[in-house]
Design a protein around this ligand. Structure first.
Ligand SMILES: [Zn+2]
Ligand SMILES: [Zn+2]
Length: 268
């Protein structure tokens, strides 16, 4: 099987990504209610009790909403850094496996992740570089105000990259948000704009990267066609596959190392 990545949904109303290898099923973030998680997993034939572990990026509710209940009800172990664990009120010994930034975590027998710290206000957020199913390397990174050199180094050469493209700068500036919130989103601890994501991809994309998914798009300050056109405009020589993951997943899966995504036909 290698490594299969499925976004169960992505955006400010909830985020969760399923990683599957021959021997394991691991979630990155669990930002929907327990019932929603069960339903979304069910749409791709996965039972919640089959999930081995939940890796949390940071404590914001759109990433953790269902994590505690999921873990309690279906027995998946939560992994998080110390700040996230503390902010969730989890006991760092009995209720959470605490990881350190840039320490490779062997989550299951055939899946390991490297948490890479990224700047995000009021949170100790990490992006995840995933090693799974043989030599495959992939990345899932959201909620960062700007990319770091460290992140660039780790993203380079990943076969698959899921990265946020949160807002269009013009839409944010003209949009309904109060000025303080606008500057927080656009600041160093906010989110990546389409332009920032396009520029970052331009710096790191090579022919080794076969697929990119843009995620965590803002409903109010972005639109899929804006994110897509900005990224394609800046990366017109890259020959891989670009997709967008929305709030109402799961919509498609990527097998890392394989260019074409598989569209999930189960529609609600
Ligand atoms: Zn956040
Ligand atoms: Zn978020």
């Amino acid at each position: 099987m290698g490594l299969e990545i499925t976004h169960l949904g992505s955006g400010s109303r909830g985020n969760a990504t399923l990683l599957q290898t021959d021997a394991s099923k691991v979630l990155i973030d669990c930002g929907f209610s327990g019932r929603q998680m069960e339903r979304r997993l069910g749409m791709i034939g996965v039972a919640p009790e089959d999930i081995d572990a939940i890796m949390l990026s940071h404590h914001h509710s759109d990433h953790v909403q269902g994590a505690k209940i999921f873990s309690r009800r279906w027995g998946a172990e939560i992994h998080a850094n110390f700040t996230t664990c503390a902010r969730l009120g989890l006991d760092p010994v009995n209720q959470c496996r605490v990881f350190e930034a840039l320490d490779r975590v062997q989550v299951t027998s055939d899946l390991a992740v490297l948490p890479v710290p990224v700047p995000h206000d009021d949170a100790d957020n990490v992006g995840f570089i995933i090693h799974g199913g043989g030599n495959s390397r992939a990345a899932v990174v959201t909620d960062l105000g700007e990319p770091t050199d460290e992140l660039r180094r780790h993203l380079k050469g990943c076969e698959h990259i899921s990265i946020e493209a949160n807002y269009d700068a013009t839409r944010l500036a003209m949009g309904p948000y109060p000025a303080r919130l606008k500057s927080r989103i656009a600041g160093r601890g906010g989110h990546l704009s389409n332009r920032q994501t396009a520029d970052l991809l331009n710096e790191i994309l090579t022919s080794e990267t076969k697929s990119v998914v843009l995620c965590h798009l803002s409903d109010k300050n972005n639109a899929p066609h804006l994110a897509e056109s900005e990224v394609l405009f800046q990366n017109d020589e890259w020959g891989g596959e670009l997709r967008i993951s929305g709030q109402s997943g799961p919509e498609f899966s990527h097998w890392v190392g394989q260019a074409e995504a598989e569209v999930i036909s189960t529609r609600r």
